[in-house]
Write a new protein. Sequence first.
Length: 263
Amino acid sequence: MARTSPIGTVTRGTTNPNRLRRCDRWLAGPQAWRLRSATASPIAVDLGYGASPVTAVELHERLSAVRPDVRVVGIEIEPSRVELGRPLEGPGLTFRLGGFEVPLDGESATVVRAFNVLRQYSEEEVPGAWDRLCSRLTPEGLLVDGTCDEIGRLASWVALDRSGPLSLTCSWHLRGLARPGVVAERLPKALIHRNVPGERVHDWLSAVDAEWARQAPLASYGARQRFVAVARGLREAGWPLLDGPARWRLGELTVAWSAVAPS
């Protein structure tokens, strides 16, 4: 008998306006080509959006600036949360009941954004969830599995396509930042328990902290100048950064997955 109930478990539902802005601006920036290359109206999924539909509404606003015909689908496993979104539906924005099966009436997604969803699962469950979600992508599609703090000042996410993990992005609110390593507490589930000596992600965060300390003399010019110098120093040291100064000035670093993948 075919399964009819959503796959997954209900999340805590915690959310806030602008909580996912860091990831959204990355999707609408360096990843915008995925939306633009779609021949038909691309679909972007906000999976497990929580107790309020606000992040799905914001995703539609931000991605439609790149691709006006984008269709954003907010998917939640909790029926009452889906009902909260219904009054906000309109052209390009809908809400439906579902889980990791990503019900899209036979279509595939160009973007699946799953933030603060897999955090409540065990690390052993992550690869299976990734495989299931990636199977719902178009050839140019992207899965984003991320975690952030309650107001979106710290965030990190793994990006995957149908071939597997591509990169890890870490994003910081620079003003008042004591050290970048604090993002360790917001690593995605696949990495958060790997921040220990002997693991690549630990080496990565240690290198970022060390470079931040080395660039302390630039603090008088502002946190942004200091952070850009940190990024340049990391690249010169051989870390495979996949972005450039335009992203660094936003307090964002994207590193190839091979540099941080679990041992």
